[in-house]
Design a protein around this ligand. Sequence first.
Ligand SMILES: NC(=O)c1ccc[n+]([C@@H]2O[C@H](COP(=O)([O-])OP(=O)(O)OC[C@H]3O[C@@H](n4cnc5c(N)ncnc54)[C@H](O)[C@@H]3O)[C@@H](O)[C@H]2O)c1
Length: 314
Amino acid sequence: MKALVTGGAGFIGSNISMKLLEMGFEVTILDDLSSGYLSNVPERAQFIEGSTVDGETVNEAASGVDYIFHLAASVGNKRSIDDPIYDATINVLGTLNVLEAARKTGVKKLVYSSSAGIFGELKTLPIKEDHPQEPDSPYGVSKLAAEKNCLVYMKLYGVPCVCLRYFNVYGVHQRFDAYGNVIPIFADRILRGIPMTIFGDGEQTRDFVNVADVAQANIRSALSPATGVFNIGSGTRITINSLAGLMEKVSGRSVGVVYGPERPGDVRDSLADAGEAIKGFAYDPLSDIEIGLREYMNWIKSDQITCRRLESDI
Ligand SMILES: NC(=O)c1ccc[n+]([C@@H]2O[C@H](COP(=O)([O-])OP(=O)(O)OC[C@H]3O[C@@H](n4cnc5c(N)ncnc54)[C@H](O)[C@@H]3O)[C@@H](O)[C@H]2O)c1
């Protein structure tokens, strides 16, 4: 079986690629290295350096593949507010090129990496797939537009698509420059012996899902008959105060926390209802957050890459 992973040099795509190779797939990675790293690319994968914005390159990369995992994206709310045209070019037009290639190749399944960012302000908990979709950044809009195009290609051309809406993903290969995600920032603080900054009272909750579970969701949904949109979370949520405590515990270093003002627009609580994914393709999030954080801290200590983003950026 052959798979194309767009964005496979990135955090989540590289984890999916490794898992596919372990399972005996032939893997091609298409990545322009704009936020990914060559060192993330597994040795046995074929690597094409190129952009999803270039339709011909996408067609060549997708030729003869059975499955496409489409992760290549301009990621993050802030980045999209700074440059909405770039965001839409990569996330909307890039996805259309991937859909065109999927249609021409006749893939068995296209799995699109969507985001909980499509919901905007969260109104109910836990969040089901039919929660109102009112994104509050160009990134949320572009991820939603790409999802809708997947569904349209399924209707018009019968391209079987699954769109997976991830909540807060963490784990191995997630670096400090990952657009302000809290776990890499806390990890960096702990390694440098600096107190972690918490905005607000720290009692806000998040659904942190391990990248191993996200990789599992991608592969199980690809191999199942399921199509449509699915929320992907861990099945549980923790407070930021508990997260900080757990990260100190697993790293064996106590750096303390300092509290800053609540940030406008930050949601108070977040929790995915992953019931549809459990029913649809036997999604089974296995990771215990303490074990996942321990594994992450061990990995980040050994990571040699100097990240692109400076501390002053966060
Ligand atoms: N990390 C999260 O918590 C999270 C949450 C929700 C959704 N997602 C989605 O998951 C996917 C992967 O995110 P990630 O966290 O691994 O980010 P990442 O930045 O590590 O990975 C994105 C990869 O895509 C590549 N890329 C960007 N533009 C490209 C282009 N035009 N052509 C080819 N390659 C290109 C980058 O070089 C990078 O390797 C994205 O689609 C993102 O929207 C991530």
